[in-house]
Design a protein around this ligand. Structure first.
Ligand code: ATP
Ligand code: MG
Length: 146
């Protein structure tokens, strides 16, 4: 039923669960799996990940791209361990929700898979701001994974 699945991935444990579900669905439906990630400069994954130490100056576009690649490489490897090849990887430092929605259109996705929450510490609401905005704005089916 689903032919093209887009996974929105922020490196969080929730996104890791979304990855597992997206890869399972891609296998079951023999669908293409695409990945979208927008590195956030305040993300602890960037500080402890690609740059190894807190930055004294704002990161350059190249550094943001590198940080993003660091996170998406992990997702590509995790999918591969589930015997699923991620077909394309989309990285931008735009706002996450608009970029996820634009990437869904670009890839012709008929399903967007996200974690219900992400890296944010504030958990009072059921959905995070990105999953809320994407499910609100999507022209296709969305699955938020707990
Ligand atoms: P908030 O960011 O509003 O504080 P949160 O981090 O808990 O809350 P969201 O950011 O909405 O929640 O994250 C929910 C899901 O949206 C994530 O599991 C991931 O699938 C996707 N997502 C969030 N941020 C990004 C991002 N920067 N790039 C790609 N996908 C993202
Ligand atoms: Mg978030």
């Amino acid at each position: 039923m689903f032919r093209t699945i887009l996974l929105a991935y922020d490196g969080s444990d929730h996104a890791q669960s979304a990855l597992k579900t997206a890869a399972d669905l891609a296998k079951i439906h023999d669908a293409d799996l695409h990945l979208v990630h927008t590195p956030q400069i305040d993300s602890p994954h960037i500080v402890v990940g690609a740059f190894a130490r807190p930055l004294a100056t704002p990161p350059t576009a190249a550094q943001i791209e590198e940080a993003g690649k660091h996170i998406t490489d992990k997702a590509v490897t995790a999918a591969r361990e589930m015997e699923v090849e991620i077909k394309t990887v989309h990285i931008s430092n735009d706002n996450p929700a608009p970029f996820i929605l634009a990437t869904a259109e670009k890839t012709g996705a008929d399903l967007i898979v996200l974690g219900r929450r992400g890296l944010g510490a504030f958990g009072a609401m059921a959905l995070g701001s990105v999953s809320l905005a994407v499910t609100h704005g999507a022209k296709t089916a969305c699955l938020t994974v707990v």
